[in-house]
Design a protein around this ligand. Sequence first.
Ligand code: GMT
Length: 392
Amino acid sequence: MKDKLKIGITCYPTLGGSGVVATELGKLLAEKGHEVHFITHSMPFRLGKFHRNIYYHEVEVSDYYVFRYPPYDLSLASKLAQVAQMQGLDLLHVHYAIPHAVCALLAKQMVGSQLKVVTTLHGTDITVLAQDHSISDLIRYAINESDAVTAVSNDLIEETRETLDISREIDLTYNFVDKRVYYPRSVETLRKEFARDDEKILLHISNFRPVKRVLDVVDVFERVSKDVPSRLLFVGEGPELSKVISHVKELGLSDRVTFCGKQDDVAQLISLGDVMLLPSEKESFGLVALEAMACGVPTVGSQAGGIPELITHGETGFLTEIGDTERMAEHVRELLTNDQLYEQMSAACLNRARTTFCNDRITMQYEEIYYRVLGREIPESHRIEKAQCEVD
Ligand code: GMT
C-alpha cells in the first residue's frame, strides 16, 4: 500500500489566516512527499513560486446568461469531483464548512465514498454564519457528514457543539507557523526608518474587520504614548480602515502612526515590533499572535475565543476583558518599561511557539487524521522525531 497520499485542498485563497494555514499546510505536506492539489478560484497568495508535488486547479464560474447569481459553489463541486477522479485523490481537505465542505460532500457523492472529506473549521463559519438560522442546518449537515472535522481551538470546538448541537468527534488542530520563516529577524537598519532608537514600536496586523476592534488599538496607543516614547505600525487593510485613519487624526497622533497597507513579508515587519496588539471581539485562534510569538514578540490583547489557549496571561503576553483599553495600555507600559520582564516574556514566546505550536507536530496531526479516515495508521516514516519540536 502506498505511503504517500494524494490530497485536494480548498480554501479561501485571497484573504485571512485560514488561507494562510491551508497553504502552509499544503506546502509542508508536499515537502513530506504527498501530492497536493489546490482547487480554488485563484492562486493561494502564499503559494508563490513553483513547489515540487504541488498542483493548482482553478475553479472557473459559468457566466451563462440566465444565471442571475453565477453558481460558484456548483462549479467548485464539479471541479473537486473532476480533479478527484482524474488525479485519483484519496481525500479532500476543505477549510470552512460553507461553502467548501458542502461542495466537497457533493463531489464525494459524484465520485464515490472512497473519496474522504476532512473539514477544518476556522471560526466565522461557526461564530458568525452558524448563528444565522437560514444556513445553520446546512452547516450542521456539512459537519456531521464529513469523514473528519477539525477546529483550530478548544473554544471553537465548544462553540460548535453548543451552537449547532453537535456531538460528533472534532479534532483539535491548532494553527502553526513555519519556523523557517517566522523567527526573530535582524532588522536594525529597517527599524531606523520607522522609529528612533529610544522609541518602542507597537504593532497591529489584521484585515480591519469590525471584529478586530481596531479603534481599540488606537486608544491603547494613545494612552501608552503619553508615558513611553513610541510609534504604532498598522499592517493590512479592510472595511474599518478609514474610521481608524480618522480616529488617529482626531487624537492628533498622525505623525506617530504608520499605515503600511497589505504586506507579504510579515515576519520582517513583526520583528520590528516590541509588542503586538490584538483586542478582537471574536477570535477563534489569532494566527497573527502566533506569528508574533514565533518572532519573540509578546501580544497584549483580549480574552476573546481561543486567544487564551495561545497566549498565557503573564507568561507570553497579557489578556484583558474585551474593550478594556485602559488595562491593555497598563500592560503594554509594564512590558515596555521593564527590560527584565520583556526579555523573559520574549524568551517564553519563542519557546512556546517552537514546542506547542511546532509546524512539524501539527502537520503530523493532520496526516494522522488523513490516514485514520482512510482506515490506516500513519506510516512510521511520517512520524516526526521528538527533537523536531524542541527548542534548539
Ligand atoms: O480573522 C479573520 O478575519 C480571518 C479568518 C479567516 O477566515 O482566515 O481567520 C480565522 O481563521 C484563522 C486561522 O485559523 C484564525 O487564526 C482566526 O482567529 C480566525 N478569525 C476569527 O475567528 C475572527
